[in-house]
Design a protein around this ligand. Structure first.
Ligand code: CA2
Length: 144
């Protein structure tokens, strides 16, 4: 079983509580349940980590890499648009990553149009809601 880590950035723990027009009504727990079910079908074991702290996400990428994680699915939230540190951490891991955005970042405010962290990812899936995470898992085998 391939070991995949799913990383969530700031405020994604608020899913389902606010801004349902943008992010839907399901919670992070619901999302993780969907991901677990899809991972089981594909034959992946998944671990989840959410943090509002950039450094904590960087440290987690290194720790997971050292402990045998084989790929990442990431949604770094607002840090996606700004974080060279997270981009460097993913690049340093040498592991394949797919970035997901629940909303379509290109159709939102201009400051969300560019993803800094996507440059260290093999693909970016944006605007497909929670199913975007399932698509990310489905795409991973070709990078492993
Ligand atoms: O569309 C996405 O997945 C985003 O990564 C979500 C981030 C946003 O900063 C990115 O530009 C796009 C924000 C996540 C915040 O999620 C909330 C959910 C419910 C209530 C409030 C925030």
């Amino acid at each position: 079983m391939k070991k995949i880590a799913i990383l969530h950035g700031p405020n994604l723990d608020r899913l389902g509580r606010r801004q349902p027009a943008i992010y839907g009504t399901a919670t992070l727990k619901d999302l993780e349940k969907m991901i677990r079910a899809e991972a089981k079908k594909i034959g992946f074991t998944v671990t989840f980590f959410q943090s509002a702290h950039e450094g904590a996400l960087v440290d987690k990428i290194h720790a997971l890499t050292d402990r045998g994680t084989e790929a990442f699915v990431v949604n770094f939230g607002a840090y996606s648009h700004t974080s060279i540190a997270l981009r460097d951490a993913l690049a340093a891991s040498g592991l394949p990553a797919v970035e997901v955005h629940i909303s379509d970042i290109k159709k939102r405010e201009k400051f969300r149009h560019h993803s800094m962290t996507a440059g260290a990812c093999r693909a970016m899936i944006s605007g497909k809601g929670f199913p975007g995470y399932l698509e990310a898992l489905q795409r991973l085998p070709k990078y492993l």
